[in-house]
Each structure stands twice: as structure tokens, then as C-alpha cells.
Write a protein that binds this ligand. Structure first.
Ligand code: AHR
Length: 656
């Protein structure tokens, strides 16, 4: 301690005049060969939910909104309806009507369609995409890029002409070569491709050359170069997939979140079976967050995505309870119904892992993946608590374990960090289901995160935790949002040093929510923002990426001497690298001396995130807070590095 104080005084004398901020001096010692616990190889992963238009209007590459006229809001029927996302009677001088129909639909899962009756002129209507304005469409197309399009149509009996399908401006100006179709009086799928000659905010126009009525349903417009364009769903937005992949996630949790539980009515339960098979037969459902889920990103696509980004698939199914945190309108599944529902979980495991000769394994093969997905984890319940949950969990847990003892079950600890709900969950788990992984969720403020970096030090070492949802919530700002600022990211980083130190207990962790479409969000903060054309990475994203790319296999014992109580650290190692993570959440820069044993001298790299504590990245200034990389040398097992105020620094030392 005397040495630190002396160094502190010397630094103050030498550098104090030149430095704008006070400087403390700290020393971290570690021996690379002295390790404490093994690190989980599934520590950092992704929590995906269709919130903030994260799937439809987001990751799912479909450019049309309400492509199948199924939109409805079961709580406020007037706010969202079957016409959402469409514009009718767009051509000057034409007349006609557009009527929502349900008689003789495309199929039973797709009950609603639009009957358009042209009475005069060339009646035009269009799908406007997302976030269209009075003057422009919401479909972002790029010059030279190809788009795959299809629509199901039927001559309603008296239509005497052709239907033209065109990629146009909202005004009607064509952006690509259109195509005309003559229809039969049966539902039929009509397909075409557009190569856009312009970069524009477009609409997908349907122009009726003739009078009479035509039935329209299930249209689609997806870039031909979408990620997974050959998957049954039609693919995902490549830039967002890349952003996910760059996080090097070890697991992908899906499909939520509250979305899993549905919210108000039983028909809201997320039924994985509604989300597989041909897309026109997937049964759309009202989304807890106020819009519809097309399920074009369904269970098959989630499994495919997990495989493509190198993550373990981790589905979370509902436990028979509608969202306990909401004002639900119907009772949960009865005990008898829960026994029946257990079969859905077994069918899901068969869909993921079953042989192609099984019913659900055969569907997986038919959808394009004969090999099993090697599902290892299953979450039962999202944010559930009390015996109403445990009674149902018991049935589902036993059914799965009896048939598939190899599947790891994840149970809920409710929606809050502390208090009687999680405490009770832990008592039940320890007494009855000690082999389950417990899913803790917490959205807390920065002080909580900093004060809880030792939360898991005292957890019994036999328990396993999945921090399934967490984020540092700063105060809501005048724009109505809780910010993704540097400070929140650093508080998460500080907290994550505690997760790593306890990685024998904390086997998985995922920030939540993952995605948000700018201007259409229901929840802030979020890890990745996007608009129609661009992706915006937050400081929180950079922290996740910095940590996930430097996990290691074991925690290395270390000790920190510092006067600055807002410096957090953890040291870990892999077979050939040592990682030192240092998070300075204070306003004071620090001169940090590392004294490392059994680490070869030579060049090391360090990655750093720093800046104004309140800074956020914006679409106008995406790189305001972004990691930088530099080199530094270790000599005689020592180096001194400045930790700027408000910074996260990760040093990587080669061990060989
Ligand atoms: O992440 C947003 C929501 O927070 C999730 O849907 C829910 O599980 C939690 O309450």
C-alpha cells in the first residue's frame, strides 16, 4: 500500500500539471499458472425476441409489412387492422374497393385476404413496407440489386383483365421491369424477380388492368442476397446477421421474452408448430409488443441461424401460463391440459434432434435440414414464479427428462433481481430440480450493477445460473428513451467481470433486448439498433463483443491494490493467451501496473472503449464510442498502462 501511495504522489507531482484529471495508481498481480475456476464455454450468447420489430421489420428479410392481411390488435382492434401497411386507391382517376374477406381462404391458417374490386381506370394499391411516409415508400431498394417477389391471387369471378406487379415509387413511377399476370379462379402463387434500376424508398404496387374483383393474399418481397435466401422463410437481413455473428455468441436464446408466453389470451401462446412448414401455412399471431408475427422467422430458421453463427440453439417455451406480469384475460392451462401440452415439448425435441423417419424429424428434413440440430437446452417458462408455475414446470420437466435425460432444462426465477420471487424459485430448485439451470432476469440501474459485481461469489458452487436477460437501465431521458450510453456499457462491463470470475456458477449470460428498429421501438435500451438500411452498434454492443471474444478457459487468481474503488477487473486464460480485463467506471484516470508471473515478455495488444460517459452512438455518428486497438510491451513481467476515466480495457498476452 505504501508503494502505491508513493507512486500516486510521484505521479501527481510529475504529471499532475500536465494532466487535466487527477490520477490514481494501482497494481494488479496475477500468476498465469494459478487458476481458480473453469470458465463456461457457453458464457456469452444472445437473447433474441421479436420486440422493437426485431424479427418482422428487422432480422427477417421480408420487406413487406402485413404481407398476408392477417394484422389485428386483439386488445385495441382499431389501432392495428388488416389494412395496416397497405395503401389503396393510389392511381389518379381510378375507382374501386378493397374488402377484407375470410370466405374460402388460401388455407385455414391464413384466414384473411383482400378482395379488390376495380370499377374504373387502372386501380393501384401497394404494400408500403415499414415506416412509409405520405410521399415515400418504406421498402428500401438499391440500384442493381435483385428482389424475389411472389403473391397468391385468384380471379374472384368477374375480373376481365390482367394484374401488373411493379416495384414503384409511391407516386407510381416504376423502378424495375414490371410483369403482368392473367389469373385463374383458383388460388395460385405468381412469382417474379425485380432488378431495381434505382436506390429508392419504394412500394410494391399491384395495378389492375381491367375491371372486376381479384383476391390477393400472401405477398412477399425479399432481397435475393438475403442471408439464408434458400431457407423456407426466405432469409434474414445479412447486415444484422453479421452483427450477431461478430458477437461470437455461444448460444441463441429464442423466441423471447414475453413473446414466448403470449400475453392476454391463450391463442397468444407462442406455439412453435405454427412457425414451421411452408410460410403461407404458418399461422400468424398477435405479438405481445403490439404488432403481428408473420413467423417467417420461425423455429426452423432460428435453428438454422444458430447453426450459421456457431451458437447452441436455446428455445424457451411457455410453461402453460400467460405472461404473469400482464393483465391476462384467460386462465392458464389446467394441470390436465399441461400434461397434454408436454407432448409439444417432446415434439419440439423430435423436430430438432429426431431421426428423419420420425414425424417431426421428417418435417425438418423436408424444410432442408436432414441432419439433427443437436439441441441440448430447453427453457421452460420465461418470467414465471410461484406454485402456479412450479406445478406446471414439474409436469413438463418430468415429461422431458423421462424421454430425454440428455436435455438440460432451464427454469425461471421470475422477472426481478431480488426479493421473495427469486428466493422462492431458488428454494424450489435446490430442493427438487438441482440439475436445472436457473434463468435470472434483471434490468437495474447503474448503482445496482456496480454494487453487485460480487453477487455470484456467494452462490453455492453446485448451482448453475443463466443470466438470461440483463441490461443497465439509466434514467429515461427527454426523448423518452433510456440511453445506450458509455456509462451504462461500462457498468455492464464491470458487472461482467463478476460473471467471469464466477463462471463456474454463471454458465450463460445474455444482454436484452437484442434488436430495435429506430422509431418503432417499444423498449429501451437495446443492444443493436437499425433502420431500413443501416445498423447501429451501441457502446453496450462493443462491451459484449470485447468480452465475448476474450473469454478463456479458466479464471486466473489475481489481486488488485488500488485507491480507486471504481476499478473492476478479472484475469482469465486460454491455452495460449492470458486476458486481463480492466474497467474504470470512475472520473479518474489510473496508472495501472500489471505484475504478471508465467507470462512471457513481449508485445501484448489491448482493446479499449472510452469517451464521454454520456456519449451514445447515433446513425449520424456511429463511431463516437468504438473500440480501439493498440500494442504494449511486457518487460520483466511488468507494464504500466493508463486506464482513462470511464474506460474498459482488455489486454491480451500470448502465453507461448
Ligand atoms: O427484454 C424485454 C422483456 O423484458 C422480455 O420480453 C421479458 O422477458 C422481460 O420482462
Amino acid at each position: 500500500m505504501r508503494r502505491i501511495l508513493a507512486l500516486f504522489l510521484i505521479l501527481m507531482m510529475l504529471g499532475g500539471a500536465a494532466l487535466a484529471e487527477p490520477l490514481t495508481a494501482s497494481t494488479l498481480t496475477a500468476d498465469a499458472n494459478v487458476t481458480t475456476v473453469e470458465m463456461s464455454d457457453t458464457l456469452y450468447g444472445l437473447f433474441f425476441e421479436d420486440i422493437n420489430y426485431g424479427a418482422d421489420g428487422g432480422l427477417y428479410a421480408e420487406l413487406l409489412q402485413n404481407r398476408s392481411f392477417e394484422y389485428e390488435d386483439i386488445l385495441n382492434p382499431k389501432s392495428v387492422d388488416h389494412y395496416t401497411g397497405w395503401g389503396f386507391n393510389l392511381a389518379f382517376g381510378a375507382t374501386g374497393t378493397a374488402t377484407v374477406m375470410t370466405e374460402d381462404p388460401l388455407n385455414a391458417n391464413n384466414p384473411t385476404y383482400m378482395r379488390v374490386n376495380c370499377t374504373k381506370g387502372e386501380y393501384r394499391f401497394a404494400n408500403l413496407g415499414y415506416q412509409s411516409t405520405t410521399f415515400s415508400g418504406g421498402i428500401p431498394v438499391e440500384e442493381g440489386k435483385t428482389y424475389r417477389c411472389f403473391v397468391w391471387m385468384r380471379n374472384a369471378g368477374d375480373f376481365d383483365g390482367q394484374v401488373e406487379i411493379a416495384l414503384t415509387k409511391r407516386t407510381g413511377k416504376s423502378l424495375a421491369v414490371p410483369k403482368r399476370f392473367t389469373l385463374t379462379d383458383e388460388w395460385q402463387k405468381y412469382e417474379l424477380e425485380f432488378k431495381s434500376s434505382y436506390t429508392e424508398d419504394a412500394v410494391l404496387s399491384f395495378i389492375m388492368h381491367g375491371t372486376g374483383a381479384v383476391d390477393f393474399d400472401m405477398a412477399s418481397l425479399i432481397p435475393a442476397d438475403a442471408f439464408g435466401a434458400d431457407w423456407p422463410g426466405g432469409g434474414l437481413r445479412a447486415d444484422l446477421v453479421q452483427a450477431l455473428k461478430d458477437l461470437q455468441p455461444s448460444f441463441l436464446r429464442f423466441p423471447g421474452g414475453c413473446v414466448t408466453e403470449g400475453s392476454y389470451y391463450r391463442k397468444n401462446f407462442y406455439d412453435w408448430k405454427d412457425t414451421v412448414g411452408p410460410i403461407e401455412e404458418r399461422k400468424e399471431n398477435f405479438n405481445t409488443w403490439g404488432y403481428m408475427q408473420s413467423y417467417g422467422l420461425g423455429y426452423f430458421e432460428y435453428f438454422m441461424l444458430a447453426e450459421a453463427i456457431g451458437a447452441e440453439p436455446l428455445p424457451v417455451v411457455h410453461s402453460g401460463l400467460l405472461c404473469q406480469a400482464r393483465d391476462v384475460k384467460e386462465a392458464p392451462l389446467t394441470i390436465a391440459e399441461t400434461h397434454e401440452y408436454a407432448q409439444d415439448l417432446l415434439d419440439l425435441i423430435e423436430f430438432a434432434n429426431g431421426d428423419v423417419t420420425t414425424t417431426w424429424g421428417a418435417l425438418r428434413a423436408e424444410m432442408g435440414h436432414p441432419e439433427p440440430f443437436d439441441l441440448k437446452y430447453l427453457g421452460i417458462g420465461n418470467e414465471n414464479w410461484d406454485n402456479i408455475y412450479w406445478d406446471r414446470f414439474d409436469i413438463l420437466y418430468k415429461a422431458v427428462k423421462a424421454a430425454h435425460p440428455e436435455i438440460e432444462i432451464i427454469s425461471s426465477a421470475g422477472p426481478v433481481a431480488e426479493g421473495s420471487l427469486p428466493q422462492y424459485a431458488w428454494r424450489v430448485v435446490r430442493a427438487k430440480y438441482p440439475d436445472t439451470i436457473v434463468d435470472e432476469h434483471y434490468y437495474m440501474d447503474s448503482a445496482w450493477f456496480l454494487n453487485n459485481t460480487h453477487r455470484y461469489d456467494s452462490y453455492p458452487r453446485t448451482t448453475r445460473v443463466f443470466v438470461g436477460e440483463y441490461a443497465c437501465h439509466e434514467a429515461t431521458q427527454s426523448n423518452g428513451r433510456r440511453p445506450n450510453n458509455l456509462y451504462s456499457a461500462l457498468c455492464e462491463a464491470a458487472y461482467m467481470t463478476g460473471l467471469e470470475r464466477n463462471s463456474d456458477v454463471v454458465v450463460m449470460a445474455s444482454y436484452a433486448p437484442l434488436l430495435a428498429r429506430e422509431g418503432m421501438q417499444q423498449w429501451t435500451p437495446d443492444l443493436i439498433w437499425f433502420n431500413a438500411r443501416e445498423v447501429l452498434l451501441t457502446p453496450n454492443y462493443h462491451v459484449q463483443q470485447m468480452f465475448a471474444s476474450t473469454v478463456g478457459d479458466q479464471v486466473v487468481a489475481s489481486s488488485l491494490e488500488s485507491l480507486n474503488k471504481r476499478i473492476y477487473h478479472v484475469v482469465t486464460r486460454g491455452s495460449d493467451k492470458l486476458y486481463v480485463k480492466l474497467v474504470n467506471v470512475s472520473e479518474y484516470a489510473d496508472a495501472m501496473t500489471l505484475q504478471l508471473t508465467n507470462v512471457p515478455d513481449g508485445a501484448a495488444t489491448f482493446t479499449r472503449l472510452t469517451g464521454d460517459k454520456n456519449a451514445v452512438n447515433t446513425f449520424q455518428n456511429k463511431e463516437r464510442i468504438a473500440p480501439t486497438q493498440e500494442q504494449i510491451a511486457l518487460e520483466n513481467g511488468m507494464l504500466t498502462i493508463e486506464l482513462p476515466a470511464y474506460s474498459a480495457t482488455i489486454l491480451t498476452f500470448p502465453l507461448k
